[in-house]
Design a protein around this ligand. Structure first.
Ligand code: NAD
Length: 515
């Protein structure tokens, strides 16, 4: 899967080990890191070592920033139509290699092949959107703000930008970042997740094939040290981050203290409110799909259901549907959900379930001891449902990020909304109802950045923006859409005067006012 980026310069004694090493991309060349340290990328269904991620050295990191800095002047002056054409070609190449990308994602991340295709497709849509950048990046113009004077604003690229990625969408999230940044005229340093760097490498290869000039897109691998180096580097102007709150808030404060722009998309606890008048069948299907799809490892996974009034009686039916889901290796065509990312993640999830049970929640469906024949070493957890969950429980306060659905109860829509609003996160929330009045009240009163009305995972398409709020986002310009273009550009405002100036009008030292 990594064939084109296998290291070839290993010392003989280390050759076998080093042959799995993922390369950096610096100045248009895929190169081996000289770092002796690396991290194993494990297939979460088998624990086989798929590849190894080097902990890029500081010199190598500096070389990547320097190549991005050198590439910037020519790239920003490249016609916007040419930059768009690179994206037009890239979207074609991503479609061509969709299966290869999906297989890489399933192997390194674990999700099912069909879900991996969706991961690529949702990123592909951002590339498609970037093909229309000329219109998105347009400035504004007001003629004759004063006699013979016009003012116009330009949206200019910032310079070198960087992106730091999480493990859960190995293709979609890098594609939220670099296509928008580079089509605006910036150059880019991408730091993929150390858990599944393969999709980023394939995408970078495709970007090169699409004609992206050397140095415009660079990739450096590593973990905390490289991230801190990105935050501190004076030549990097902006950072896009997606991942956990611990890392996100650290990066937000460290990089903004250095004067950088930061957009930081972080954790979530997304609630679905179920009204008694909702369509039972469609609602249950939505809850099961959004709760357990991708083994719950989506930032927009619907991880908590609030049943209002009599809808509580649907819990049994919910359990029956969830019980039928097939847990298997992601390459199995019948699999509904694959393993979670790591043994540590599995342990953390099991501990939170255990804690919920100890705190008094009812374990209606227990997926903790699931065995997948032939994949005994996999990090599998079956669909798990806890009911009678209350807001003081650890399993409710923490983001579980696994195939665990929590059920709560409320007597009224008002009470359900206040439960959701008391939660610190504000990524997404959904309501299931046939009442326009209830839906409208929910839309108005709910404190979440992305609202679904009979839609369980309301992730906006790229002509809108991904608008998480409260503890799920730090910064003020969101990813993709108009806000994404604004994030990667700065405004320059020009005031010009072209008129025949009468001679002998004298000098005025007063602040100019409109004449
Ligand atoms: P993570 O925070 O562990 O890792 C994300 C990136 O940060 C990685 O590249 C990692 O190397 C780096 N990193 C981690 N800890 C760091 C530290 N202490 N210092 C510096 N860098 C550090 O996140 P993850 O486990 O890969 O991803 C899962 C999380 O991402 C979940 O919380 C999920 O909700 C969130 N997520 C959010 C969105 C969104 O749009 N809001 C989308 C996807 C995932």
């Amino acid at each position: 899967l990594q064939s084109s980026h296998l290291s070839t310069s290993a010392q003989p004694s280390l050759k076998n080990r080093n042959s799995l090493r993922v390369q950096n991309l610096v100045g248009g060349s895929f190169i081996d890191s000289q770092s002796v340290e690396s991290i194993d990328v494990l297939n979460p269904a088998t624990q086989e070592v798929v590849s190894q991620v080097p902990l890029t050295t500081n010199e190598e990191f500096k070389a990547a920033v320097s190549s991005a800095k050198q590439a910037f002047p020519a790239w920003r002056n490249t016609p916007i139509t040419t930059r768009q054409r690179v994206m037009l070609k890239l979207q074609e190449l991503i479609r061509r290699d969709m299966d290869k990308l999906a297989m890489n994602i399933t192997t390194e991340q674990g999700k099912t092949l069909k879900d991996a295709q969706g991961d690529v497709f949702r990123g592909l849509e951002v590339v498609e959107h970037a093909c229309g950048m000329a219109t998105l990046q347009m400035g504004e113009y007001v003629p004759n703000v004063s006699s013979g004077i016009d003012t116009y604003s330009l949206r200019e690229p910032l310079g070198v930008c960087a992106g730091i990625c999480p493990f859960n969408f190995p293709a979609m999230i890098p594609l939220w970042m670099f296509p928008v940044a580079v089509t605006c005229g910036n150059t880019f340093i991408l730091k993929p997740s150390e858990k599944d760097p393969g999709a980023s490498m394939i995408l970078a290869e495709l970007a090169m094939e699409a004609g992206i000039p050397d140095g415009v897109l660079n990739i450096v691998h590593g973990t905390n040290d490289i991230v801190n180096a990105i935050c501190d580097d004076d030549d990097i102007r902006a950072i896009s981050f997606v991942g956990s709150n611990t890392a996100g808030m650290h990066i937000y404060s460290r990089a903004s203290a250095k004067g950088k722009r930061v957009q930081s998309n972080m954790g979530a606890k997304n609630h679905g409110i179920v009204m008694p008048d909702a369509n039972v069948d469609a609602t249950l299907n939505a809850l099961v799909a959004a709760g357990f799809g991708a083994a719950g490892q989506r930032c927009m996974a619907l991880s908590t259901v609030v049943f209002v009034g009599d809808s509580k009686e649907w819990e049994d039916k919910l359990v029956e549907r969830a019980r039928t889901l097939k847990v298997n290796v992601g390459t199995d065509p019948g699999a509904d959900l694959g393993p979670v990312i790591s043994k540590q993640a599995k342990e953390r999830i099991l501990n939170l379930v255990e804690d919920g049970v100890k705190s008094g929640a009812n374990l209606l469906l227990d997926g903790r001891n699931i065995k997948v024949p032939g994949y005994e070493q996999g990090n599998f957890i079956g669909p798990t449902i806890l009911s009678g969950v209350t807001a003081d429980m650890e399993c409710y306060k923490e983001e579980i990020f696994g195939p665990v659905l929590l059920c709560m109860q409320a007597d009224s829509l008002e009470e359900a909304i206040s439960i959701v609003n008391r939660n610190k996160y504000g990524n997404g929330a959904a309501i299931f109802t046939q009442s326009g009045v209830a839906a409208r009240k929910f839309q108005t009163d709910i404190e979440a950045g992305q609202v679904g009305i009979n839609v369980p995972i309301p992730v906006p398409l790229p002509f809108f923006s991904f608008t998480g709020s409260k503890a799920s986002f730090a910064g003020d310009l969101n990813f993709y859409g108009k806000a994404g273009v604004n994030f990667y550009t700065q405004i320059k405002t020009v005031t010009q005067q072209w008129k025949d100036l009468p001679s002998g009008s004298g000098v005025s030292l007063a602040m100019p006012t409109s004449q």
